[in-house]
Design a protein around this ligand. Structure first.
Ligand SMILES: NC(=O)c1ccc[n+]([C@@H]2O[C@H](COP(=O)([O-])OP(=O)(O)OC[C@H]3O[C@@H](n4cnc5c(N)ncnc54)[C@H](O)[C@@H]3O)[C@@H](O)[C@H]2O)c1
Ligand SMILES: O=P(O)(O)OC[C@H](O)CO
Length: 320
């Protein structure tokens, strides 16, 4: 099987670098100038500076060429996934499509595997998710991810194809659990960043992570996910990483909210749209998701940090 990574942002580039250890990889950029710049510099200086591209990576802006590969990794932001799939749906017919994004679609409340299934029904959909910073993968540091695919046999094949010396994949057929874990942890990371940015301390962050995890489980179980998926890399694992590291863009957005600073709107922060999508979904499903709702209030400036904190602390007392 051959592989192409579609989307030459930080994560797509890091995955291409790791996969190039074991096989030829095509890395597609939608922007011919960006592709040419990567070819000339042998590095993605715009999105992942400091990590040379190995020779086994072929950079292209020709999607027809990239989709000659059997396995296509879609490393674009969640809110762009549908447009990429719809615009080029003929090229994706019958392919194995592995979404590498973490989020819930704002307009539909769907996760990445669901969006693939809806837009390219002939494709076989999978998801690669879990705790990982692009910089760590590109540097060859040990990393473990979840590979989720509803087709158990294909999941085994993909696990073998996409595992490298330092990138270890665990597999599951629970795509709903993997989708929701990866999406919801970003919302909790914004909340945790806000708490730390506002100087509320590590105990408050631990409380938010734990109650945030309860919220993640509540929604995931209501959507038919397995509890053990949420307890794995794609849920608990990624929650831990993203809520505690300043390498996380979601956490950094939260920090800026807590400190009252501005934040560059061009940075990919999946948790912002996802918080709104999940808040609406929770309302429709009659699920109590107070932290998610509070994050939406902070993002929309309808709540101050002080009001948000007071509101969460004043909730009725209950059993854990
Ligand atoms: N960066 C990380 O450490 C990391 C780790 C794990 C998962 N992810 C996930 O990977 C996904 C992508 O994040 P990233 O860090 O690579 O973001 P990024 O901002 O670095 O790059 C996004 C890329 O998507 C491309 N893109 C945007 N819209 C597009 C479109 N319509 N068609 C084609 N390409 C388009 C952009 O040109 C850019 O190259 C996110 O869902 C993120 O949660 C990122
Ligand atoms: O930079 P973030 O917040 O998108 O986090 C990157 C990864 O999702 C961490 O696993």
């Amino acid at each position: 099987m051959s592989v192409a990574v579609l989307g030459s942002g930080a994560f797509g580039t890091a995955l291409a670098i790791s996969l190039a250890e074991t096989q030829p990889v095509t890395l597609w950029s939608r922007n011919p100038h960006h592709a040419q710049a990567m070819i000339e510099a042998q590095e993605n200086t715009a999105r992942l500076p400091g990590y040379p591209l190995p020779e086994a990576i072929q950079v292209t802006s020709d999607l027809e060429q990239a989709t000659q590969a059997d396995t296509l990794l879609l490393a674009v932001p969640m809110q762009k996934l549908r447009s990429v799939l719809v615009e080029h749906s003929k090229l994706f017919d019958g392919h194995v499509l592995v979404a590498c994004c973490k989020g819930i679609e704002l307009t539909t409340g769907l996760g990445p595997v669901q969006v693939i299934n809806e837009t390219v029904p002939s494709a076989k959909a999978a998801l690669l998710t879990g705790p990982s910073f692009a910089q760590d993968i590109a540097a060859g540091l040990p990393t473990a991810l979840t590979l989720a695919c509803g087709d158990a046999d294909l999941c085994v094949d993909l696990q073998e194809q996409l595992t490298t010396a330092n990138l270890r994949l665990y597999r599951t057929t629970d795509t709903a659990g993997a989708e929701l874990g990866g999406a919801l942890k970003n919302v909790m990371a914004i909340a945790c960043g806000a708490v730390i940015g506002a100087g509320m301390g590590d105990s408050a962050r631990a409380a938010l992570m734990t109650r945030g995890y309860a919220e993640m489980q509540r929604m995931a179980l209501a959507c038919g996910a397995k509890p053990e998926t949420l307890a794995g890399l794609s849920g608990f694992g990624d929650l831990t990483l993203t809520c505690s590291s300043e390498l996380s863009r979601n956490y950094r957005l939260g920090l800026s909210i807590g400190r009252g600073d501005g934040f560059d709107p061009s940075v990919t922060v999946e948790g912002a749209a996802t918080a709104r999508a999940v808040d609406a979904k929770a309302r429709d499903m009659h699920l109590d998701m107070p932290i998610t709702h509070t994050v939406v209030g902070l993002l929309d400036h309808s709540l101050t940090i002080a009001q948000a904190t007071a509101q969460l602390l004043a909730r009725p007392l209950k059993e854990e």
